[in-house]
Design a protein around this ligand. Structure first.
Ligand code: PXP
Length: 240
């Protein structure tokens, strides 16, 4: 069974929009878990635009299975080593982006990433690298000694929003399938995420070897109408 990690960043985005104390990401995590989420994902950005340090400390206290997304920087590494989440997913980060654009360039930044990956693994934190479904990125991820990769499904998701099944959609799907197969052969565990919704997740959930899907926006958007517990349960149902 493919696991579902629910990303709760958007609850914090709403809170920070008014600089209020609510809605509470920790309460959201509880609801998502009650709806069947297998774990909670959050991204502590360098500019702290949504999730704050106190949220991550709170999640740690709740003893949830936490996947902390973060940029590969010295500040974030020190934070992760203090918190010791179950897993860290290293992602690229640009100040001006609306959301994470593109995967981490493992080929280009191998030398910078190596000590970060090693420090995290030495602290028994599983390391996942958020990468585009490209052969050279996956080979470099395996060479770096990561435990997991998370395949960036953003381009696939964009192609899926076009109503008719386009050639672009088929190409992006084929890329993801091939990348997952390559990663499994290289001994990597494979997650996927970004832009997945209640429709386009169906094909992705059928890819052999996937361990976990990390989904935020679609679930939180649906939760506005049906509540987070139900929105999470519905997504679990589709993935099944
Ligand atoms: N995985 C990673 C690495 C991400 O950066 C994000 C977005 O924060 C997601 C998954 C979830 O994407 P979405 O909110 O589009 O479902």
């Amino acid at each position: 069974m493919i696991k579902l990690g629910v990303n709760i960043d958007h609850i914090a985005t709403l809170r920070e929009a008014r600089k209020e104390s609510f809605p509470d990401p920790l309460a959201a995590a509880r609801e998502a878990l009650a709806g069947g989420a297998d774990g909670i994902v959050c991204h502590l950005r360098e500019d702290r635009r949504h999730i704050q340090d106190k949220d991550v400390y709170g999640l740690k206290k709740m003893k949830v299975r936490l996947d902390l997304e973060m940029a590969p920087t010295a500040e974030m590494l020190a934070f992760a080593l203090k918190i010791k989440p179950e897993m860290v997913t290293l992602v690229p980060e640009k100040r001006v982006e609306i959301t994470t654009e593109g995967g981490l360039d493992i080929v280009k930044y191998t030398r910078k990433l190596k000590p970060i990956v090693h420090s995290l693994r030495r602290a028994r934190i599983k390391v996942s690298l958020f990468v585009d479904p490209e052969e050279k990125q996956i080979a470099a991820s395996a060479a770096l000694g990561a435990d997991f990769i998370e395949l960036h499904t953003g381009r696939y998701a964009q192609a899926s929003y076009v109503k008719a099944r386009s050639a672009g959609f088929n190409k992006e799907f084929a890329n993801l399938k091939k990348a997952a197969g390559q990663a499994v052969k290289l001994g990597l565990l494979v997650n996927a995420g970004h832009g997945l919704d209640y429709q386009n997740v169906r094909e992705i959930a059928g890819i052999d070897g996937l361990k976990e899907l990390n989904i935020g926006f679609a679930i939180i958007a649906r939760a506005m109408f049906v509540g987070l517990k139900k929105a999470t349960a519905e997504m679990k149902g589709v993935i099944k």
